[in-house]
Design a protein around this ligand. Structure first.
Ligand code: ASP
Length: 590
């Protein structure tokens, strides 16, 4: 028999309905109050807390042991549930307390480095060092359990849809996502390395060649990049691939999944189908390929209104085939010079040479460029942008992409500053028809691919591949949620000739292509079906469902922005004999 009271209830689940019964609980001491005689303990488990009472009137012989209890001791108790004299209406268990009949101290605890339950007041580095204590916090318990729920829904949904879950290897040849690889030296093959997968991309395509038809995997991916706030060096993707499909089939499969998730995890019906917006429309209206469409401030193209202007900034954009693009910051005329300077700095960070701002007054405009614009131009701008007195027009004249990207960044910045983003709504849409290439490499003159090199292009754009590659659209799509790119995917090239053509176009010569992806090209010789897929980022998805902005909150054992784990101190120096076995030597950097 177990030497301590076996649990009959969870702490957070005891209610007035249990009054008069005997319960047994196992858990941790959350807090202890000693009121000179009476001792109150909050016992915590993953469901919540409940108040225990030790009273000399009730069982004097327990008092000595009870007085030993300190925070985070592990205990087992049994006792009677009674109604509290002073109920705590903030606690689900606040109507009752438990008069303890039996107490077993199962383990003691050192004084913890911080109190559990107040994580927002504790420095994050300290919490990461003692992550197992941080994880005791109800908020992280909630998020990890939500993460588990997402995994269960994911497995159910895709299994019902005929997907097979297959694990792909962690020690691989480099994969094609374009970031830096983490590498693992081989002991058996001195001088050779494995890469850790940046994604299972090639393997999932091989599984299509192998005839699995529909594949899914909740896959760990590793990319050795300089981290931004919302990235981790290892992250989780829901990796998907399907055979004999077109773009619409993949989009419908994934939106069905999202609707199921939102319903089961959030209790919210997502209206389907999700919007599909072309890349061009997203850039034109929102200045971003991951637009947050929960608020207005849309971009307006102004070239046609000022085609005869003498204003040098506009003239030079017009003459170089660029774009004059702006947003109407409604109510922005109240901005001070300092605030406008800040917006200008923001614009410059995104590549603008400057920012034209015009405050609309009741009968004119004020601002940097006002004196260079005729009344006719001012009136036309005002009308196009729907501006009225008290508004401020922010205008960028530059190359098309720069003008739009900068205005997109300004749009977000203004919305953030003015709290225009309705955070309670989730905004999901697909961006489709991405360009196949992002630029022309000035050195080689070759187009630079915008996606991994197995992405197919639209057949109807094939004639432009050589002549105007930047106009060619890919069968590539993204899922965007609340202004974040949550998933990318594409319909792949599945025949060798097209693949060879694309490799050649992007300057990947045959030898190099063979070296990198030879086994995939070989596989394509043996009957590769048409196929395509997508890979939603699970960490970001859970951030959205859980309502947190910190990616480290959704990963049990996360790394810092400098890619280290403060708890186990990885990465760590390697011992000489380990290096020797691997045939490696560390060169001291000077
Ligand atoms: N492998 C791609 C990525 O990691 C997604 C895909 O094309 O399925 O972004």
């Amino acid at each position: 028999m177990r030497p301590y009271p076996a649990r009959t209830q969870y702490a957070g689940k005891i209610t007035a309905g249990h009054i008069g019964t005997v319960v047994a609980l196992n858990g941790w001491v959350a807090t202890r109050r000693d009121l000179g005689g009476l001792i109150f303990i909050d016992l915590r488990d993953h469901t919540g807390i409940v108040q225990l009472v030790f009273s000399p009137q009730y069982l004097p012989e327990l008092m000595e042991r009870a007085s030993e209890l300190r925070s985070e001791f592990v205990i087992a108790v049994s006792g009677h549930v009674r109604r509290r004299e002073n109920p705590n209406h903030h606690l689900p268990t606040g109507e009752i307390e438990i008069y303890v009949d039996e107490l077993v101290i199962l383990n003691r605890s050192d004084v913890p480095p911080f109190e559990i339950g107040h994580r927002e007041t504790i420095n994050e580095e300290l919490r990461l060092k003692y992550r197992y204590l941080d994880l005791r916090d109800p908020e992280l318990q909630r998020i990890m359990r939500l993460r588990n729920q997402v995994y269960q829904v994911t497995h159910h949904y895709f299994s019902e849809q005929g997907f097979v879950e297959i694990e792909t290897p962690m020690l691989v040849r480099s994969t094609p996502e374009g970031a830096r690889d983490y590498i693992v030296p081989s002991r058996v093959h001195p001088g050779s390395v494995y890469a850790l997968p940046q994604s299972p991309q090639i393997y999932k395509q091989l599984l299509m060649v192998a005839g699995f038809d529909r594949y899914m995997q909740i896959a760990k991916c590793m990319r050795d990049e300089d981290l931004r706030a919302d990235r981790q060096p290892e992250f989780t993707q829901l990796d998907l691939e399907m055979s004999f499909v077109e773009q619409e089939d993949v989009l419908q499969m994934v939106e069905g999944y999202l609707a199921r998730l939102w319903k089961e995890v959030k209790g919210v019906e997502l209206p389907l189908p999700l919007r599909r917006m072309t890349y061009r429309e997203a850039m034109s209206r929102f200045g971003s390929d991951k637009p947050d469409t929960r608020f207005g401030l849309e971009l307006q193209e102004l070239n046609d209104l000022v085609s005869d202007t003498e204003f040098a900034v506009f003239r030079s954009a017009l003459e170089s085939n660029g774009s004059i693009t702006g947003i109407n910051f409604v109510g922005g005329a109240s901005y001070s010079r300092k605030q406008i300077d800040e917006l200008t700095e923001h614009a410059k960070r995104y590549g603008a040479k400057g920012l034209v701002w015009l405050k609309v007054t009741s009968d004119d405009m004020e601002g940097s460029a006002a004196k260079f614009l005729s009344q006719t131009h001012k009136a036309a701008l005002k009308e196009r942008m729907g501006a009225a007195a008290g508004d401020m027009l922010l205008i960028v004249a530059d190359a098309w992409n720069t003008a739009h990207t900068v205005c997109g960044a300004l749009r977000l910045e203004v919305a953030r500053r003015e709290k225009m983003i309705p955070k309670h709504i989730d905004d999901l849409l697909y961006i489709v028809d991405f360009p196949m290439f992002e630029s022309i490499d000035p050195e080689t003159g070759m187009p630079v691919p915008a996606h991994h090199p197995f992405t197919s292009y639209k057949r109807e754009d094939e004639h432009m591949l050589e002549s105007t590659p930047l106009a060619v659209r890919a069968n590539a799509y993204d899922l965007v949620i609340n202004g974040y790119e949550l998933a990318s995917g594409s319909i792949r090239i599945h025949d060798r000739d097209t693949q060879a053509k694309v490799f050649k176009l992007i300057g990947l010569d045959e030898e190099e292509a063979r070296k990198k992806f030879g086994f995939l090209l070989d596989a394509f010789r043996y009957g590769a079906p048409p196929h395509g897929g997508m890979a939603p980022g699970i960490d970001r998805l859970i951030m959205i469902l859980a309502g947190t902005d910190n990616i480290r909150d959704v990963v049990a054992f996360p790394k810092t922005m400098r890619a280290s784990s403060l708890m186990d101190e990885a990465p760590s120096p390697v011992a000489d004999d380990q290096l020797k076995v691997l045939g490696l030597q560390i060169r001291q950097s000077s």
